[in-house]
Every structure is written in C-alpha cells, then in structure tokens.
Design a protein around this ligand. Structure first.
Ligand code: SF4
Length: 972
C-alpha cells in the first residue's frame, strides 16, 4: 500500500514515486526493481539481491502483457515473504496502470477490424463443421467493446451475450480486455448504454478470478457498488494473495470486506451450490472392452485438443461394438431425456490426457458459467478406471467410480444412488459400489477437486483471520490406521516433500513439487488451465516445457504454439526447450533432484530419481502454479530383481519381465473383461539393480506407465546418481549460456545439485516396510528376449514363441532409448549386407545424441542401409507425426503398442533396440539362436557401445558451462 499510495485518491502513483518508495522501504542493497515499457502494458520486475545483485534480462520489453514472475522458491523465508508481498503489489500496480491506459483507449473511438458480420460468418463455418463458435480472441473483444460503445440497432442483446458468455476467463488476454472495459465503466471513466455500472460489477463477478479481482476489491470502498461487489467476491475462490487485500480492508473497518471474509469463513461459495442428489438418473453409453485415452483423444488429432468442441468429434473415431459415430449415438441416447453416462469395462488407460476428459465431458457434462467451450461434471463408470484418468475426471467434477458393469448395457436407463452405493435398473439393484472416498461428493458439488482444494484453502485462511476454529463443513478423507511399520522408499520420498518421515497409503497429502514437466500436445491446454487459475508465476521450483510431440511435422496450430508457449512459460519462471531439442523426459530427467517429487502432463513422466505422479493438464497447471499437488497416497508393489543377467538379455527384456512374471502368477491378465492388474494405481518400487546408470533406470521407470502404475521408484546407489548429476550441472549451465530461460530457475537447480553432491545422502526404504504385493524377478530365469505382442503392452511372450514372424517396419526411438541403443543398432546394421528388407526408422531422443552419433559416424551407417532418420523427438511413438504403413507388422522400441498408435491397423511388437535392429536386417523376428549370435558380438564391445553422455567430459559443454556460470554468479 505504501508503494502505491498517493496524497489524493484520484491520483495515480508515478513510476518515480514507486521506485523511490520501494528503495525507502527496503534496504538499498536488498532489491532491484526493473520497469520495462511496452505499447500495451508495462512490466515491473522485482528481484532480490540475495546473495548478490541480479542482472536484468534483456528482451522483457517484447513480452506479452504478463507480469514477469518472481518465484520465491529457493530464497530464504524472509525474502520469500517479501517477494510474495511485492509480487502482489506489482500485479496490482500493473493492473492499475494498465487500466489507466485502457481507459484512455476506451475513451477514444477506434476503427473496428472485426464486426458481427465476420463473427456470424465464423459461427456459420463452425456450424458447418458441427461445432459451436470459438471463444473470442483479445482483439475481437477490443472490437466488441468498440461496437458496444455505439451499438448497431437490433444487435444490443447479441453484443451483451458475447461479452457475458464468449470471453475466456482467468488471466487470458481476452479476459484482460474485458475486465479493463468493465472496470472503466464501474469507475465512470466511460459509459455504455448496454452495460450499466451494476451490470458491469456482476459481469466482473462471473470472470472466475484474475484480472477482475482487483477492481472488485477496490469497489468494496464504493458507496453505491460495494454491496454488489461484496456479493460477487463471496463466490470467487481464486483469490491467492489478493485475500490479504480484502483482509486489510476488513481489519481497517470496511463492513463489506468483513462480510466477504465472514462468507469465505463459512464457505458460502460451497453451500450455495446444491448437494449431490440421492438419486441420479442417466442413460448408459456403454463401450465394451478397453477404452484408452487414445480412443477418447486420438494422437493424430492432437493439434485440435485446445479446441474442445472440435477435438471431441474425434472421440471413438474408430468404430466400436454398438456404434460407429459416438456423437450421433450419444445424441440419440439423450433423446430419452436424461444425461448420458460413459460406462466401460476398462476406461482411461494410457496417456494422462486432459483432452480425453474434455471430450467425454463435452458430450456428458454441464456448461461452466463464465467459461466458454468447456464443461465439467458428468458421470463415468468403469469396471476398472485407470488412476490418472480417474483423477482427471475427479478434477473436472465428474462422479466417477468403479463397479461391476456387466449388467449395464447400451441405452439402459439407470438410477445411481451415490450415497447408498447402488445402481438400480428396472427397479432392481444391478450393481453395488463404493466411492473412492466420500470427499468425491464434495468435489462433485464444488465443480471439481481443484476447485474444492482452492476453496477449502480460502475457508481456512478466512477462519484463521477471524480467529475461528477449523471448518467442519467439508468431508475429510478417512485417515488410514498407523501400522507402526516402516516406510517404503516412495512413502519416504513423498513424506520428505510433505515435511514428515513418511506417508502411509490411503493418506491424503499435498507434497511440494520439485519438478513439473509439460509437453507440447498438452502444453496449450496446460496454458489454458494456468490462465483459468489466474497464474502469473510458478511456485513449483522448476517447470519445464518441451516441443517433442510436434516439432518434426508441425501443423500451423503447432507452429503458433512453438512461437508463443516458450514466452508464456519463461515469463512465469519456467524453462522452455526448443523445437528439435528432443524428448521431454530425456531433458527433464537431467534436471531432477534425488528423492524429489514432481509431476508432468505426459503419462511417461516417471522420474528415475525421486518419484513423479503424472497427471492431466489441469492438475499439472495446479501443481506448477501452487507448488503442491493433491495426492491420495497409493499402495506400493515391490519388484525385486535377483540373480545374474544372462547373455544377450537387455534392460528392455527386464522391462517386459515385470508384466511377464505377474502374468505367470495370475496377478495380471491380458483379457479386458474383469481384467486383473496388480500394478494398476500402485507405486511400483524397483530394487535389485542398484548399479544401473540413471539413463538405464529410466527405461524401467518409464514403462511403469504401461503398467497403469501411479508412480515408480528405483533404488540406486549413490555413485551412478553422482555421475549423472555432475554431468547435468554442466548441461544446465550450458543451457544458461545457450539462452534457455528462466536463468534464475536453471541456476537455482544447478546450485541445489551442487549442494547435494557436496553431501550425497539418499533415502532408503525401511526393512519392515509393507507392500501390497512383492514380485520377484529371477534374472537367472530370463534366458531369451521378451516382447510385448500386438497390440497390448501387457501381452508378453518369449522370442521362441514368436520367432520367424515376418516384419515390415522397424522403429528405433522414443524415450525408452538412449545413445547406447543407437550405437548398438549401428553395430548390428554394419553386419547387414546391402539395403534392408524392411523400412527402418531411426530417431534419437535428443539433439545432443544426434550430434554425438553423427560425430562418431553412426549416421553414415544408418544412411548406408537406407534407414529413415527423423528429427530428435517422439516421432512414431506419438502417432501424430509420420506413421507406419496401414496393417503392417512392426517391431518398435517405443513405449506402447495400443491399436492404431503407430499406424492404422498396424500390428506392433515392443522389443529392445538390439532385437529391433536384427529384425530390420532379417525382415522377420530372429530365432533365439540367431539373436544370440548377433548379440554376442555387441557384448564384446559393451563398454564402447553403452557409453552415456557425460557433458562434464566434453570440452565444448565445459566451456559453455563455465560461461553460463559466470553469467549467473551474482544472480541469486
Ligand atoms: S517418446 Fe512416446 S512415450 Fe515418450 S514422451 Fe514421446 S510420445 Fe510419450
């Protein structure tokens, strides 16, 4: 307040006065303030000088109207408090000063580049595609405002409807223009015949959070509008630091502010919504067999994911039993007069796609007031519901549960009794169920788990402010009994992130997020979710964005993402890779801290160090924005390797051994109906291979995604981790020198790694830790390669059962590979005579691997045999770029072989790179004897072949890293 105060109420603070006061308020050597000017909005950057002076980052002036984020992570507590205060103040200052400009802008008449005729044409074009129009872009909202100032006769209602219902909420730039316009009205800077002051306040109140909040808080001092503003604020939960502004007003005696705080304390935002009814009648949309997220949100249609209505049309694009067109079928079912529920035997396996949830809810959910083209709610019932999909549905406010679905058929009208746990059809109970937790009922009522968590936090803050005891309004998860036993490694890692020794399975917790990853096909949706959360700066310690899914064959929409998303991430304190850099995990893994906890919007975000719980983009945005993640701690399954690795056996065979052994023990079934999966929803904790390099360990953790596991830990010795981190510090400082942002985030992570290396201590599981199951894998018994058969990663068979199967195409690439695999493949290919009888695809995971392989001459070998080399990235694995021939038989090193993923109707075997290379030479799967004769030759060269990239040993990286270190020596 001191920073922004002026002698007279109608005056605005000058920049000079802000500077002077800031330096008067803080010791002269404690902060730097940077102000940068931009035609649309100024930026203010406040950087603490701890331990030494920060450097201003050039280029800020080109940024969009976002406030440069100042993350408090890594600073001492006192500095964090200061940063938090300053960040809030700077945002207010910016909003205020921007509004002055906006008011001036709105007070003039500007020529419109867009009008209702163009909008109606857009509506007609979209209608021809069978979808609703898109929300308005910022420039369209600006033109809409111009039209509203001088409305064409007869168009008044349309204009008001567009402004009310077709502008995205949160911190979207379109919302910024809308909030500025409405603020100008309420402040009397301009008048509009269509929206009076009261209507403007109500419209601001429906904007969810973000740019509308400050105005509503200011209005608490308005003699005539304060009651209206208070009424709107009571229902806004995305307050973040703005809570303290309302609290300050309340403590200063503002009656309306007091009313708002009291309302928050009593949770009126929640109690004003209806409870989940005792009985819910729905019509069943039954999908037999397995529905994976690729069925709901196909990879080749990934480009349209942010356009929810359009993308939803691709749901179940391949015909299923009982329907060929899902949209038409659902419409037909809706004619029975009830909402439609998705019911399936197995639902939501595969990737962590928020887009899958978005598509389901587009047809089965309810509109969200103030948020165009997005829905929440809905009902989803599965014999099995994959955990990540379950959580994503939960986040979106769906009533989701597992039960026996055998009696539920397409078109049945059923009555769900959520409290009694019964499904009634034709007057008879046909299935019983138990909700995962009663908290789900509150989540549904609040419009989603994230809404509930944020709202509950607001209630707690308000009650603390009023000195009230904790609220009893919300259902609380049942605390599991303390067994008094020890903790597993995963339980200790999560415990550390929660500030306790360990976390028992079944406990609800909110671990701190050390690392968050986002890839490009979910990135734009994560961006939308961050805007909806009004996020202007990340609280997670490190957030990284990649472009591995779309870089090689981008569509226009991808090119736009490549140019806009990096700034969005960097201005919030994140790190953004570049198109062509390679696969998200191969980079993100190099940024991990031992024993840290994180998440990512890619279901293969499976840390080889620490633990991650991959999630949909909504939860990933929440984790990045708030620095914590809601988690119901899963149980653990221990996978224990013992014995000696047999000749010719690779790590990929051990990956496949994990389901293979479970299949043999009857703990896993391939059949979808009544499917058993011991790993589903559990943390897979792997022991017995402590000397693996971290790159190798990732092969094992990565594949826990195919097991539908919630997470994975690998117990490694200190030595490989020290080697990896030493290399990674060099790589990260090389990134600094190469201009990857955000520099302070990268440098902070380097220093954290150096601190760990100075005192390398790892968590260990307790010897009496309890596991839901223990799977023993005896290496002595794995004597020949194991492959996943078409088209199910769980359907594992030995090579001798599959030998001589004809092969058309071979793919060596994906995050399951590292540089060693490409050398091994190259050595094998050197043994081939002439060109290959198959089409061979080679795609190294990162551009550093590609460079090194080129330097070592391997690209010459690939070229000589006619292999097709691809830009580093996901390539065929993602299925949205180049594809294999329809109905071909493929051997692939990629992660999963779901139907149609690599090519339409393709039959895909998943194997090691070594076996894939031999198959490409032979045009068929080898016999075990043939395989061994090739593999033995590689074994003799193993130390040369399986060498990993140690950046600290490569001169060019050393030099760049030294320069990067110098650049940042005074930064933190
Ligand atoms: S390589 Fe495949 S599994 Fe790995 S990140 Fe890319 S698409 Fe996902």
């Amino acid at each position: 307040d001191k920073l922004l105060s002026t002698p007279r109420k109608d005056q605005k603070p000058s920049l000079n006065s802000v500077f002077c006061r800031a330096f008067a308020l803080f010791p002269s050597n404690s902060v730097h303030l940077y102000l940068t000017f931009h035609p649309i909005v100024s930026e203010i950057q406040i950087v603490p000088k701890a331990p030494a002076a920060a450097k201003h980052q050039p280029g800020v002036a080109q940024l969009p109207p976002d406030i440069r984020a100042v993350s408090g992570a890594g600073y001492p507590k006192q500095t964090k408090t200061m940063l938090s205060t300053l960040r809030g103040r700077s945002q207010q200052f910016l909003a205020r000063s921007a509004r002055v400009r906006q008011a001036r802008l709105f007070s003039r008449s500007l020529p419109c580049l867009w009008d209702l005729a163009e909008y109606r044409q857009h509506v007609a074009e979209r209608a021809a595609e069978g979808v609703v129009p898109k929300p308005l872009a910022p420039e369209h909202v600006a033109d809409l405002v111009e039209l509203m100032k001088n409305p064409p006769a007869g168009e008044e209602a349309t204009l008001v409807d567009l402004l009310s219902n077709c502008v995205p909420a949160g911190v979207d730039q379109a919302a910024y223009v809308k909030a500025s316009f409405l603020t100008s009205i309420v402040k009397g800077d301009i008048s509009c015949s269509l929206v009076d002051k009261k209507a403007a306040v109500q419209m601001l109140g429906k904007m969810v959070g973000g740019y509308n909040v400050l105005t509503l808080i200011e209005l608490l001092d308005s003699p005539d509008l304060a009651p209206l503003a208070a009424a709107e604020l009571k229902n806004i939960t995305l307050m973040f630091d703005s809570f303290y502004d309302v609290e300050a007003k309340a403590k200063a005696g503002n009656a309306h502010a007091k009313e708002v705080i009291q309302s928050w304390a009593e949770g009126e935002w929640f109690t004003s919504t209806p409870e989940v009814p005792e009985k819910i009648t729905v019509t069943v949309f039954k999908v037999t067999g397995e529905t994976n997220t690729d069925d709901l949100s196909p990879a080749p249609d990934a480009w349209s994911r942010p356009d929810i209505p359009l993308h939803a049309k691709a749901m179940y694009k391949h015909p299923r039993e009982g329907f060929t067109n899902a949209e038409e079928k659902i419409e037909e079912l809706k004619q029975k007069g009830h909402p439609v529920a998705l019911v399936g035997d197995v639902v939501g396996t595969g990737s962590s796609r928020k887009s899958a949830t978005n598509s389901v809810l587009w047809y089965t959910g309810d509109p969200i007031p103030g948020v165009p083209n997005k829905k929440s709610g809905g009902v989803c019932i599965g014999g099995k519901v994959a955990p990540i999909f379950f959580n994503t549905m939960e986040d979106a406010g769906a009533l989701v549960f597992e039960c026996d679905v055998n009696q539920l058929n397409m078109g049945d009208v059923i009555e769900i009794q959520p409290y009694a746990g019964k499904i009634v059809k034709d007057g008879e109970v046909v299935s019983d169920f138990a909700l995962k937790s009663d908290v789900l009922l509150d989540e549904v009522r609040a419009g989603g788990r994230i809404n509930l968590i944020i709202g509950r936090g607001l209630v707690t803050r308000a009650r603390e402010s009023l000195g009230l005891p904790p609220s009893t309004l919300f259902r609380t998860p049942a605390e599991p009994e303390d067994t008094g036993k020890g903790y597993t490694l995963g339980q200790k890692m999560v415990g550390k992130a929660c500030g306790v020794e360990g976390v028992r399975p079944g406990t609800y917790c909110e671990p701190r997020m050390s690392t968050v990853g986002s890839q490009d096909t979910t990135g734009p949706m994560t961006r939308d979710e961050l805007k909806d959360l009004a996020c202007l700066g990340f609280s997670a310690d490190l957030v990284m964005q990649s472009f591995c899914h779309t870089a090689a064959y981008p569509k226009p929409v991808d090119v736009n993402t490549h140019s806009t998303l990096p700034d969005f991430i960097r201005t919030r304190g994140g790190v953004a890779l570049r198109p062509g850099d390679g696969i998200i995990h191969s980079w993100l893994n190099r940024m991990l801290m031992p024993d840290g906890v994180g998440t990512g919007g890619d279901s293969h975000t499976r840390f080889p160090l620490g633990i991650s719980f991959p999630a949909g983009s909504g939860l990933v945005a929440f984790a990045a924005a708030t620095g914590v993640m809601p988690l119901d701690m899963p149980e653990s399954v221990l996978v224990r390797f013992s014995g000696k690795m047999q000749p010719g056996i690779t790590l990929r065979d051990l990956v496949n051994a994990i389901p293979y052994v479970a299949l043999k023990r009857g703990l896993l079934t391939v059949e979808k109906k009544g499917k058993k999966n011991v790993y589903s929803g559990k943390i897979v904790e792997i022991e017995g291979l402590p000397d693996l390099k971290v790159e190798q360990a990732f092969e094992l953790s990565d594949a826990s995604a195919e097991r539908s596991a919630a997470g994975c830990t690998i117990r490694l010795n200190k030595e490989p981790i020290m080697e990896y981190l030493t290399s990674n510090v060099t790589m990260l400082r090389w990134m600094l020198e190469q201009g990857y942002g955000d520099p302070r985030t990268i440098e902070r992570r380097c220093r954290a790694m150096e601190d760990w290396l100075a005192n390398p201590v790892l968590l260990e599981p307790d010897s009496d830790a309890q596991y839901a199951e223990i799977i023993e894998v005896d290496l002595n018994e794995i004597k020949e390669p194991l492959l996943a058969c078409p088209n199910d990663p769980d359907d594992i068979k030995s090579l001798s059962e599959l030998q001589n199967t004809k092969v058309d195409e071979v793919f060596i690439g994906s995050c399951m590979t590292n540089i060693g695999h490409f050398r091994a493949a190259g050595k094998m290919l050197q043994l081939s005579k002439g060109t290959l009888p198959t089409r061979l695809w080679i795609c190294p995971p990162t551009r550093m691997d590609q460079y090194q392989l080129t330097e070592e001459g391997y690209y010459g070998i690939y070229g000589a045999v006619g292999a097709r080399t691809e830009m580093p990235g996901c390539s065929l694995c993602m299925g949205n770029q180049a594809r294999v021939q329809s109905k071909s038989t493929v051997v692939s090193t990629s992660t999963r072989n779901f139907p149609n993923r690599l090519g339409d109707g393709a039959n895909v075997f998943l194997s090691s790179a070594e076996l894939a290379a031999i198959s490409s030479i032979l045009g068929r799967l080898p016999t075990p004897e043939e395989y061994l004769s090739y593999a033995t030759q590689i074994d003799t060269m193993a130390t040369d072949v399986y060498r990993y990239l140690n950046f600290n040993e490569i001169e060019s990286y050393q030099k760049a890293a030294a320069a990067g270190k110098l650049q940042m020596q005074d930064a933190l």
